[in-house]
Design a protein around this ligand. Structure first.
Ligand code: UD1
Ligand code: CA
Length: 458
């Protein structure tokens, strides 16, 4: 009996040696982000979810940043350097030592196709299980120019002709090579080593593998997929298109998991955004990386969240900014024009208006009045503010960190708090108000007298 795909060993070779000149950027192409995640990380995650057992990433010389991203996303993957850029087959052979280990299946994918889905890779592997030596992903782009064309004979793939080498008849073929290929591990090396560079570009074309395999009486097939799966990113316009497609998928997944998105097209998500049950997201909200929103929370319009944990039943915004290190406990309320960074706001605590809470702990049920600011930075170092539970911070208070406000303490409005406040105490850190009876009326009287005198001299 044939082993199921999940039980077969599989090597993925990810080609990422391209320079990405058309991105017009100092950053290597595969490190540009879609939905808060690098193109390469999207591909590596898809590969991992497709049941791959080993991964080799082919990078260009000096692409240390790409190697670092591989280590971050997939620490057990190997990175190999293609010293000269001599074509896709040449790039694959940079991973020769991994191919020599004879995995059952080999998947060759590009590092710049962020919309590739794990299920698509599994579909591509399926023909190998059924005895084919080679399978490629085919698609029908609106404009096929520039792509290799798939020459079919019934179900069999006969050849892939590169656009530059195709004749008029071949150019008329609509079914194109998506670039992603599966090879049977036992035949792969023999096929790849026979590929030459006798073509217009003098490159070692991976696509020649088809005719070589057939010459060895092996079978080659094509698996047709939607364009998104193989959509490669070459410039910023394509990056923006991929972002839009990725956002559509993320919004759809959020809706299917039960999140209420009132105007889904206005909400921007990250690949790692996590929602509990019965979460409501109002229009125009942006989720950066690493945000978790628990059950029953509501995120109101025009809020921006990143690196934040939003607890059960919390209300955020409108116009709130949650920055990395924010943790909001159950039922906490963060209102309009409130910024929170590196701070724990415990259950039931509130900061409803116009505040900055940074490097702080706000105890349970504490009330942070409008305009309260934690002065966490002295120009050199950051310092912490601790607010005890049930404390009441009057409006327009400056909490000059490091400072601790005891449990249940009360801070008078407009205070500049520079010293710790004991539990249950009142702190008034502001100038005492003085009253001068009749002062304003006298001033007005003097002024109007002066004006009359001036007029009488005209
Ligand atoms: C390739 C296919 C073409 C297919 C198209 C789909 C070949 C010969 N042609 O063409 O049939 O329709 O993809 O997008 O395979 N790379 C390296 N080292 C190299 C050359 C390429 O790592 O020496 C990497 C690139 O970074 C890129 C990928 O391989 O990720 C594809 O290379 P590219 O030059 O873009 O191939 P195409 O000409 O677009
Ligand atoms: Ca390309």
């Amino acid at each position: 009996m044939e082993a199921r795909t999940s039980q077969r060993s599989c090597l993925a070779i990810v080609l990422a040696a391209g320079e990405g000149t058309r991105m017009a950027s100092a950053r290597p192409k595969v490190l540009h982000a879609v939905a808060g995640k690098s193109l390469l990380a999207h591909v590596l995650d898809a590969v991992a979810q497709a049941g791959v057992t080993a991964t080799a990433v082919v990078i260009g010389p000096g692409q240390e940043a790409v190697a670092a991203e591989v280590r971050r996303v997939m620490p057990d993957a190997t990175t190999v350097v293609q010293r000269e850029r001599r074509g896709t087959a040449h790039a694959v052979l940079a991973a020769k030592s991994a191919i020599e280990k004879r995995p059952d299946d080999i998947l060759i994918v590009y590092g710049d196709t962020p919309l590739l889905r794990p299920a698509t890779l599994s579909r591509l592997r399926a023909p190998l299980r059924a005895g084919a030596a080679l399978a490629v992903l085919g698609f029908r782009p609106a404009d096929p120019s520039g792509y290799g064309r798939l020459i079919m004979a019934g179900d069999e793939l006969v050849a892939i002709r590169e656009d530059a080498d195709a004749n008029a008849g071949e150019r008329a073929i609509k079914l194109c090579n998506g670039g992603i290929m599966a090879l049977a591990g036992d035949a792969a090396l023999a096929i790849l080593e026979r590929i030459g560079d006798h073509n217009r570009k003098r490159e070692f074309y991976l696509t020649d593998a088809v005719e070589i395999a057939r010459g060895m009486t092996l079978r080659a097939v094509a698996v047709e997929v939607e364009e998104d799966d193989v959509r490669g990113i070459n410039n910023k316009a394509q990056l923006a298109e991929a972002e839009s497609a990725a956002q559509q998928r993320l919004r759809q997944a959020a809706l299917e998991s039960g999140v209420t998105l009132i105007a889904p097209e206005t909400v921007f998500l990250c690949s790692d955004t996590k929602f509990g049950r019965d979460v409501v997201v109002e229009p125009y909200v942006v989720f950066g990386e690493k945000v978790t929103v628990e059950d029953g929370a509501i995120i109101r319009s025009f809020s921006h969240l990143a690196g934040a944990h939003v607890g059960k039943g919390v209300s955020v915004g409108p116009f709130a900014r949650l920055r990395p290190g924010t943790r909001l406990g159950e039922g906490a309320r963060i209102g309009n024009f409130v910024e929170v960074k590196e701070a724990i706001v415990e259950a039931g605590a509130k900061a409803n208006h116009l505040s900055y809470i940074g490097d702080a702990l706000v105890g349970a049920n504490a009330n942070v009045g409008a305009g309260t600011i934690t002065c966490n930075y002295d120009g050199i170092d950051k310092h912490r503010t601790t607010i005890g539970k049930d404390a009441f911070i009057g409006s327009n208070t400056a909490l000059v960190a490091p400072v601790e406000i005891g449990e249940g303490a009360y801070i008078g409005s407009g205070s500049v708090v520079t010293a710790n406040v004991p539990p249950g105490a009142l702190a008034l850190g502001r100038a005492r108000q003085t009253i001068k009876e009749g002062w304003a009326s006298r001033l007005r009287g003097l002024k109007s007298l002066g004006k009359k005198k001036a007029q009488s001299h005209d």
